[in-house]
Design a protein around this ligand. Structure first.
Ligand code: GNR
Ligand code: NI
Length: 172
């Protein structure tokens, strides 16, 4: 097992569009284990492969309080979404220290594969529904800050770029 580096906004690699996972093999199973370890260590409820600079359609989630219900989602397909929309405050491991309101479908059903290659369905509501949409956006190269006002997005971008420069300077 290994901890993976999480890319920080506005890293352009967060805007790459992921390709389908062609084969669910040992490489993918190792990536899944490492992504789960990275997500739990970072105390996130989800992590998309894009965030660890792997541009394949794969994400992990755990919205349980006990942090013992990992979900592995490979090649997700949306099969149904509600007409109802909800507004919620979202954070992102790639946008540390910020949050913002985003509109999402209240309920969404997806079909996908797990790390063994079995196809299954998730009927998601509440935080799980929000998280799935947030992670599927990552796979499309989209970070939630792109839904915020240009003013708020600009402030976030400036602050994170400044922090990245300071971290680079301190490392030197
Ligand atoms: O940990 C996370 N919390 C969260 C809260 C509200 C809406 C979405 C999320 S996902 C986020 C982890 C993350 O960045 N996943 O890509
Ligand atoms: Ni995120």
């Amino acid at each position: 097992m290994a901890l993976l580096n999480i890319l920080t906004y506005p890293d352009p690699r967060l805007n790459k569009v992921a390709k389908p996972v062609a084969q669910i093999d040992e490489r993918i199973r190792t990536l899944v284990a490492d992504m789960l370890e990275t997500m739990y260590e970072a105390k996130g409820v989800g992590l998309a492969a894009t965030q660890v600079d792997v541009h394949e359609r794969l994400l992990v989630m755990d919205v349980s309080d006990e942090r013992n219900e990992p979900l592995v989602v490979i090649n997700p397909r949306v099969v149904w979404k509600s007409d109802e929309i909800v507004l919620g405050d979202e954070g992102c491991l790639s946008v540390p220290g910020f949050s913002g309101d985003v509109e999402r479908y209240a309920e969404i059903h997806i079909e996908c594969e797990n790390e063994r290659g079995d196809t299954y369905k998730i009927e998601a509501t509440e935080l799980l529904a929000v998280c799935i949409q947030h992670e599927m956006d990552h796979l499309m190269g989209k970070v939630y800050v792109e839904y915020l006002s240009p003013l708020k997005r600009g402030r976030i971008k400036t602050k994170l770029l400044k922090e990245a420069k300071e971290a680079e300077r301190d490392a030197a």
